[in-house]
Design a protein around this ligand. Sequence first.
Ligand code: M3L
Length: 288
Amino acid sequence: MPVEEFVAGWISGAVGLILGHPLDTVKVRLQTQNTYRGIVDCVIKTYRRESVLGFFKGMSFPIGSVAVVNSVLFGTYSNSLLLLSSTSHQARKTQPPNYGHIFVAGSIAGFVQAYCLAPFDLIKVRLQNQTEPRARPGVAPSQYRGPLHCARTILREEGPQGLFRGAWALVLRDTPTLGLYFLTYEGLSWWLTSDSKEPGSATMLVAGGFAGIISWTTATPLDVVKARMQMDGLKQREYRGLLDCMVSSARQEGPGVFFKGLTLNSARAFPVNAVTFFSYEHLLRLLS
Ligand SMILES: C[N+](C)(C)CCCC[C@H](N)C(=O)O
């Protein structure tokens, strides 16, 4: 993979990430802690206790990992599609898309990227859930001092498999929904572009934004389960497994529990994924 694509993919991914991170933190807290009455309550409490910095907890690590995760996602998708349909990225733009191939290639890419993402995502979620204000004399410090300290502590206290806590839920969340992600993107950009032309910038932004919204809305139920599995094991183990987590969450909080964070996931998804696809397409044109 060319270095330019890697660097630009990383930077554009990082811009999207910074843009979406405050909403992501509020979402993770609403999904895993029952102390907030809603979005506004969570925003106010976080701001009062932790200042603006509270919303950016757990962000430094994903900025680094987005380089790996984004290149694995787009690289696996393009190569799987090439294998399935034996037409190059550029040639595909001028032919009607084969939606079956797109969905399968996107799902394969989702499966592979979920495994790379799992430990990074776990550390992000654990750090986002630390609600203590910044360390001050006389105030008990947070359990994790930063991403590396968090990784070391998990390794020591929960073993290497501890770093993959919630990985199954993440794989189940991402495999079909990333199929849907690419399907929406390719479908919309084909539909919005006139015959034998390449999609324009506005099309990339709109199709990317909707791809984000559709895949995040369908991913939200398993996103809740994933976040809860990742937080499990911090104190004592509450769930025996994925299914147990689903059943006991539903029993205790009703079916609405699977939609926690839906509004925030969708609001974050549009700008983040509009920027991601926009830079991806422009880079491919620049490099080919
Ligand atoms: C499949 N699912 C919707 C769960 C994730 C899609 C990831 C897309 C992008 N990296 C983002 O953070 O929005």
